[in-house]
Design a protein around this ligand. Structure first.
Ligand code: TXA
Ligand code: MG
Length: 316
């Protein structure tokens, strides 16, 4: 029957959208593909389900979660979108942009999601499987990256399994993430904006939409509580700007510096972003004791790549 064909088309790896919706409605977790990285999703209005996200990741409870919404209209039921936030959302959603806006008075998400802040981080993702899940479930899905806290973000279903091990939940396998690096996080208040985490949406794009540059975050204060200096860390020591390599190093190359594995032989930063986390996973799994990464230009999405690499190179 047609129904049967529909079910077949909606199977992603071992799970169907229907199974994922059922799991989420009963307060369970589901690992979901997005265009940036895989997320560990739960119903954001269910406090027990949200607690299970923190437990599964080993995530400290002061680090709030991003809530994923199907579109701007539904996001408005959770947070306040002034003119500038509306302009960003209309220009860049669905896509790899998270907006931190004032939380609505009657916002139904569990308190633990925002870790006691009066703001909420909202994103409307572009991945077709995630969009199908949001629309089919009608839920607002809290979803951090689907890795153990502090580890490398997963860009394939296999990474999710390797990072979470026995705690890995049902996984919707949507293939490798196209963008490969976490969303740009922008805080908007009183007509100004600050970049809390560099990502696939560049500062130049934001400036063009806003018609002005971002204000600079005041020094020292951690604005996105998850942005600790040591983060996204592989298990092995990592060295940056490595044009040459030692015998005991796995070399991640870029452009003319070939390496054991090259992020983009023709120096395409978007291609490099899509492969960076997979390269770090492979370097961890290799026989080499240490990791070295070739220099990566610090412009466009390269700013986000270098941000993740610097954090990965910082000892815990
Ligand atoms: O691309 C992404 O953003 C992925 C996919 C799954 O959507 N998610 C992701 O989530 O990277 P996570 O939990 O790994 O990073 C969320 C970041 C953390 O640094 C957290 O501190 C910050 O968002 N955050 C969440 N709510 C915030 C708020 N109200 N104010 C400031 N930062 C916030
Ligand atoms: Mg993360």
């Amino acid at each position: 029957s047609n129904d049967h064909i529909g079910e077949q088309a909606r199977r992603y790896g071992t799970a169907t959208i229907g199974e994922a919706v059922a799991r989420l409605r009963e307060g369970g977790l589901v690992a979901v593909p997005t265009e940036t990285v895989y997320g560990l999703a739960a119903d954001s209005t269910n406090a027990a389900a949200v607690a299970e996200i923190y437990r599964t990741k080993g995530r400290p409870d002061f680090n709030p979660l991003i809530v994923h919404a199907a579109d701007l209209d539904s996001a408005r039921t959770l947070g306040q979108f002034g003119d500038l936030a509306t302009r960003f959302a209309e220009a860049l959603w669905p896509g790899p942009l998270t907006l931190v806006v004032p939380r609505n008075e009657n916002c139904p998400v569990a308190a633990a999601v925002t870790a006691g802040l009066d703001t909420i981080a909202l994103r409307c993702p572009a991945h077709p499987v995630m969009r199908e899940l949001l629309m089919e479930s009608g839920l607002f899905l809290a979803a951090p990256s689907a890795n153990r806290s502090g580890g490398i973000s997963p860009t394939t279903a296999d990474h999710v399994e390797r990072s979470l091990g026995d705690s890995a939940p049902l996984i919707l396998d949507g293939g490798a993430c196209e963008t490969g690096i976490e969303s740009t996080i922008v805080a908007v208040d009183n007509g100004n904006y600050r970049i809390l985490r560099p990502g696939p949406v560049t500062q130049a794009e934001l400036e063009q939409i806003a018609g002005k540059p971002p204000t600079i975050a005041d020094g020292g204060k951690i604005e996105a509580p998850g942005q600790l200096a040591s983060h996204y860390a592989p298990e092995k020591p990592l060295r940056l700007n490595a044009a040459t390599v030692d015998d005991d190093e796995y070399h991640i190359g870029f452009g003319p510096i070939a390496g054991n594995r090259n992020l983009s032989p023709h120096s395409d930063l978007a291609e490099a972003a899509s492969l960076l986390f997979a390269a770090l996973h492979d370097a961890d799994a290799s026989g080499k004791a240490r990791i070295a990464v070739a220099p990566i230009p610090d412009n466009g999405i390269g700013v986000a790549l270098n941000d993740r690499l610097r954090r990965a190179a910082t000892p815990v």
